[in-house]
Design a protein around this ligand. Structure first.
Ligand code: ATP
Length: 263
């Protein structure tokens, strides 16, 4: 469903994405992890057509994103990490506005808007101005807007930031249901827990290149870490060996034993 080949993006002397190759099949929830400055946001902006690559290609559902940007954007939903909302619209008006951008039939748009508002317990606030919404409510409205046109591919940057545990669980369930129904989700996150609990496969990017890819179990064995949690695997695979060995040492030496210990 998503096919990325030789994708490179340079900002002057900085190569943010360096010859990325990635194939993501239909219905997969793919987690994209990496340390700060690894190239995640740049990849996401390329994937939703907000940036042009220096070289390489992206095909979505067989269509070339950079040759047919409008056609491809019709089937993509995007949830950015710093979303923009119009404070002087109500939640309902915002969803109508987004549906209009996709030229959706009004009855279908209303029906889907009602379903999302109800799912996220926002129906009582549909006619309130967005400026009065809490951070979590805004996040839920953004997710509803990104899904209103029933996209085939959903691209998400840090989906659970600012959500309470119930909201986070609703979003996880929603994403899993969408994938079961055939939607493909590309999800960038700093949360190793999110990657471990939600994603079918995880790719780790560092300095613009994929350094590891697979299921969490495959990554564990790649890092020769049979029982470690994803945090240790991540630190090993991204080469932060000082930090990984500090973790090892802290675990093997409790208080009263030799070494730093956990106090
Ligand atoms: P973080 O987790 O900290 O958000 P990231 O993995 O999303 O990081 P990017 O924001 O894609 O990483 O940045 C990758 C590299 O490209 C970094 O070295 C960054 O400084 C550089 N970079 C990003 N945007 C620009 C820009 N507009 N101009 C110049 N350099 C940039």
């Amino acid at each position: 469903m998503i096919s990325i080949k030789g994708l490179t993006k340079k900002y002057d002397s900085v190569t943010a994405v360096d010859g990325l190759d990635l194939e993501i099949p239909r219905g997969e929830l793919f987690g994209f992890l990496g340390p700060n400055g690894a190239g995640k946001t740049t990849t996401i902006k390329l994937l939703v057509g907000l940036l042009k690559p220096t070289s390489g290609s992206i095909h979505i559902d067989g269509m070339d994103l950079f040759k047919n940007p409008l056609e491809v954007k019709k089937i993509i939903g995007y949830i950015p990490d710093r979303p923009f909302l119009y404070d002087k619209l109500t939640g309902w008006e915002y969803l109508e506005f987004v549906a209009g951008l996709y030229s959706m039939e009004i009855n279908v748009a209303h029906d889907r808007a009602e379903k999302f508002l109800n799912f996220f317990d926002l129906d009582g606030f549909a006619d309130e101005l967005i400026e009065g919404y809490s951070h979590g409510m805004k996040q839920k409205l953004i997710i509803s807007g990104a899904l209103i046109h029933n996209p085939t591919v959903l691209v998400v940057d840090e989906p659970l930031v600012g959500l309470d545990p119930k909201g986070a669980r609703q979003v996880k369930q929603l994403f899993q249901d969408l994938c079961a129904g055939g939607t493909t989700i590309f999800l960038s996150t700093h949360s190793l827990g999110v990657a471990e609990n939600m994603c079918h496969r995880v790719g780790i990017i560092q300095k613009g290149r994929i350094v590891a890819m697979g299921t969490v179990d495959q990554l564990r064995s790649q890092a020769k870490q049979e029982h470690g949690d994803l945090e240790e695997v991540f630190l090993k695979l991204t080469g932060d060996s000082d930090f990984a060995s500090l973790l090892d040492s802290l675990r093997s030496t409790g208080p009263g034993k030799e070494g730093p210990g956990l106090k």
